[in-house]
Design a protein around this ligand. Structure first.
Ligand SMILES: [Zn+2]
Length: 209
């Protein structure tokens, strides 16, 4: 489960007549701005021979952004590192499922309000651990680093979809190779090609060129 939580918008912060103007302008939104960035995260494993280096992190960020760029190609979604973008996913060290009292780690989470925007995060620890655990014995260090980048990028794609289509039942996808698949605990999150499932036509309708 990557986790999505709907939230109740506190409309009270918006004054009376102003809200209709905001709703009208957002419904005509031409381009969805999507901000993606890394917080200060780290990971180490004996399989990697120690901690990730600064160079590893630069490579991971590059691979993750490439995943996002490829996934949203052809849609009116502008990707950047902007932390004030309407839709946002940040990479944090760890995420815990707040629905449980005991510690349950999750790969990602998002909150979104249809037409307004969304905020989300993905867990670097969860995804780096998953990449290393899923790697074939033959994978060298560079392959592991790239797999971490893919895992992070694909989880970010999934969270952006929750934000861009907050009402769509995207977890209905039973295709383990799809972005929409409900769990990041899968080898396909990190290795091999990934494809769109049921969300793509919905994205096309809402954000198609
Ligand atoms: Zn999800």
């Amino acid at each position: 489960m990557m986790g999505v939580q709907s939230v109740t918008l506190v409309l009270a912060v918006l004054s009376g007549t102003g809200i209709y103007g905001v709703l009208a302008s957002l419904s005509q939104e031409r381009v969805a701005s999507a901000g993606f960035w890394f917080e200060d995260v780290s990971f180490e494993s004996s399989r990697l021979g120690g901690p990730l280096t600064r160079e590893d992190m630069a490579r991971i960020a590059h691979v993750a952004r490439s995943e996002l760029t490829a996934a949203f190609a052809g849609l009116r979604v502008t990707l950047s590192g902007r932390q004030d973008a309407r839709y946002r996913v940040r990479v944090v060290q760890q995420l815990l499922d707040r629905r449980f009292k005991r510690e349950v780690a999750i790969a990602g989470e998002s909150r979104a309000i249809r037409g307004f925007g969304g905020v989300g995060a993905v867990s670097f620890y969860f995804l780096a651990s998953g990449a290393v655990a899923s790697a074939p014995d033959s994978a060298d260090r560079a392959a592991l680093v790239d797999a971490i980048g893919r895992g992070v990028g694909r989880a970010a794609v999934h969270e952006f979809v929750h934000q861009l289509l907050p009402l769509a039942p995207i977890h209905d996808s039973s295709d383990v190779q799809s972005y929409e698949y409900a769990s990041a605990s899968r080898r396909e999150q990190y290795f091999g090609a990934m494809r769109w499932g049921p969300a793509r036509p919905l994205l096309q309708r809402a954000y198609g060129g």
